[in-house]
Design a protein around this ligand. Structure first.
Ligand code: HPA
Length: 298
């Protein structure tokens, strides 16, 4: 699906704002086949991008800048393993308290720049007792514990099929489960390719369900117990709203969690944001190896 068609799918009030940023970036050559969103402490992958050119989020029309000191906010374009990529180095988080139109604007822009698929990465706490800090997990599915559709008011109608629905619109409605069966949110084929890349490069890889909480507080013990009982394997504070938007705009999402800590229970030390960032740095070499093997398969 073209970037222009995606722009068309946005509500009137959002389309102009997203469109302004897209025009600004497209004029500067910001297009690519694969979008990458780099989570907390994982931004160093941009060092592996060749012919890189970057623009600070603050210099892009309509972008709100992140308030979290450790998250660099830049959009980078270039090639990685020979594949044209557009990289979001740093993201906004729901816990920053921004409305969805601000929070998701950079993701909408990424989609409207015309990427086919997007690898969305995050730092996460391990709920699964087999996970240790430094492990990676391909996200098989997610539970969005924000419990509301982040796209309310951001998309143009239609949300239901009518007698006037075209075949193209019907395909879009089917892709988001409004008609037909329940579609996969994360692309199964790309997930398998990520697992294959991990096997080739000797990077340990789990596959599991990601739970997205608001934060910024880390989970209470009872919440960790609840998340385990509903079979979540990792918990973080991002990714879910972005993934819903990407899928809705016809971009294939693939998700990767970097387990930075075991979710806290009895006797675990307090966890600071700095701890999370440090383990993220520890796994950057693994992640770079994995992504450079994955990208040519996409
Ligand atoms: N909980 C929520 N978000 C996180 C965690 C965690 O334990 N670790 C890194 N991001």
């Amino acid at each position: 699906m073209s970037g222009a068609r995606r722009l068309d799918m946005l509500s009137d009030r959002w389309r102009d704002r997203v469109g302004e940023a897209v025009t600004f970036l497209a004029e500067r050559g910001f297009t690519g086949r694969v979008g990458l969103v780099l989570g907390s402490g994982l931004g160093n992958f941009v060092d592996a991008v060749e012919d890189a050119e970057a623009i600070d989020y603050g210099d892009i029309p309509g972008y709100a800048t992140t308030t979290v000191a450790e998250h660099t906010g830049r959009l980078v374009k270039g090639t990685a393993a020979g594949v044209p990529v557009v990289v979001m180095q740093g993201r906004l988080h729901p816990y920053e308290g921004l409305p969805a139109a601000e929070l998701l604007l950079p993701t909408a822009v990424l989609a409207c720049l015309g990427v086919d698929c997007a690898l969305v990465t995050n730092a996460a706490g391990g709920l699964n007792r087999y996970y240790v800090p430094g492990d990676l997990m391909v996200i098989r599915d997610q539970i969005d514990l924000h419990w509301h559709d982040p796209l309310r008011g951001l998309l143009a109608r239609p949300f239901a099929a009518t007698a006037e629905t075209t075949d193209a619109q019907a395909a879009e409605l089917a892709a988001i489960g409004r008609i037909g069966g329940v579609p996969d949110l994360f692309d199964p084929d790309l997930a398998r390719k990520l697992v294959a890349a991990a096997a080739e490069t000797g990077v340990p890889m789990h596959s599991g369900t990601y739970a997205s909480m608001y934060g910024p507080a880390y989970e209470a013990k009872a919440e960790i117990g609840m998340l385990r009982r509903i079979h979540c394997d990792a918990v973080g504070m991002s990714t879910a709203p972005e993934t819903v938007l990407l899928k809705r705009l016809g971009v294939k999402p693939v998700g990767l969690s970097c387990i930075t800590n075991p979710a806290r229970e009895t006797g675990q030390p307090e966890l600071s944001h700095q701890d999370v960032v440090e383990v993220g740095k520890m796994v950057r070499e693994r992640m770079a190896r994995l992504l450079l093997a994955f990208l040519p398969k996409v």
